[in-house]
Write a new protein. Structure first.
Length: 361
């Protein structure tokens, strides 16, 4: 799950114009694939791949619900996928064109069926948790050795946030993730659609708003890795990427990730084909390519996210499959929650609240 809109287009030359006569357009999250796979797809299929990226579900949803997105494959998260299926934005997958479908993981498909009944419209690309990333040294310097780095109190308790403000705190610009987290913090149902319950979040976030440096859904990766901020509420794989970038840079920054003890959101990013996709046949070829066990393993090994492809697991590097922050143990999974889309009237309330909180007014 991730920038103001950026475009990345593969430029692998295939030697002849004929090889590029056909193209497929993919719209995925930023920093979310091994770019070598993009060239590999072109080489194997002779199909030109136009690969654009976004960093929020809201940006994607605006395109999808307006119609005529121009993309063949898009990657919404589960709750947004569910709402877009209901709106008629996607076409059912032709399973006859997906010979690698048998590689998928039934345990994950059982969960994604909550958003896409029978998994008829989508395949899982990656899944993970939303949690807390910290610069261990800076947080302990600000709060002491017993800093609650595995608790939402780290960011929702104003006393902690006041001390952390100087070293920098970022939150995802994602109300569908931050609001449920705040509800979990105060002991309410994270999946509540009750407007009165959701309203309890506003004073929680308003109290810590003065200490939040930025709401952004991708800048925190490099900011954490470079030591520019000390705390981020973000996506598991992003924070682990930051951890590894810091380690590679040997800059003395130690990054840790925790799924909060109060409960963490388990999310799913799903690949689907828009109902008006210009080239649905090529879209199916791309999905089938992604469902290849080696290709999916290469993607996870690069981005440090878990995937919904069981056949890929023997091909995953040990620091991916063996890291409980990526593939949580049973104890952690029991403490994960999922959410469902807000009804339209509730969504309007959420949007207004989020705008007010971000603006600090």
């Amino acid at each position: 799950m991730k920038k103001t809109l950026i475009t990345l287009t593969t430029t692998v030359a295939l030697g002849t114009m004929a090889a590029h006569a056909e193209e497929v357009r993919v719209y995925n999250w930023s920093d979310y694939i091994d770019e070598d796979l993009l060239g590999k797809f072109e080489e194997e299929t002779g199909i030109k791949l136009i690969y654009d990226v976004f960093d929020s579900n809201e940006v994607l949803e605006t395109k999808m619900l307006a119609g005529g997105s121009g993309y063949d494959v898009v990657v919404p998260s589960g709750t947004f996928l569910q709402r877009q299926i209901t709106a008629g934005a996607f076409q059912k997958l032709d399973m006859a064109q997906l010979s690698n479908k048998g590689n998928m993981w039934d345990a994950i498909e059982a969960r994604t069926a909550k958003y896409d009944p029978d998994n008829a419209y989508s395949i899982n690309y990656m899944w993970g948790t939303t949690g807390i990333g910290v610069n261990v040294g800076k947080v302990q310097e600000a709060l002491g050795a017993d800093a609650p780095i595995d608790s939402l109190a780290l960011v929702f308790d104003p006393a902690n946030m006041e001390k952390l403000a100087d070293c920098g705190v970022h939150l995802l610009d994602a109300p569908a993730e931050i609001i449920p987290a705040a509800l979990a913090y105060i002991g309410e149902d994270p999946d509540s659609h009750d407007k009165d319950v959701i309203a309890k979040v506003e004073p929680i976030l308003t109290a810590v708003r003065p200490y939040i440096q930025k709401f952004h859904s991708s800048e925190y990766i490099n900011a954490l890795a470079n030591g520019d901020i000390c705390v981020a509420i973000g996506w598991s794989g992003d924070i682990l990427q930051a951890r590894d970038r810091a380690a590679e840079a040997e800059n003395g920054v130690e990054i840790a990730y925790s799924a909060p003890s109060e409960g963490a959101l388990m999310w799913f990013d799903q690949m689907a084909i828009p109902v008006d996709a210009p080239n649905p046949e090529a879209a199916h070829k791309f999905l089938n390519f992604i469902m290849d066990a080696q290709n999916m393993a290469d993607a996870s090994n690069y981005v440090y996210y878990a995937n919904g492809n069981l056949a890929s697991q023997p091909l995953l590097e040990e620091d991916v499959i063996g890291d409980p922050a990526i593939y949580p143990n049973d104890e952690t999974i029991k403490n994960l929650y999922t959410t469902t889309p807000y009804p339209q009237k509730v969504q309007r309330v959420v949007t207004r609240m989020w705008t007010k909180i971000k603006s600090g007014t």
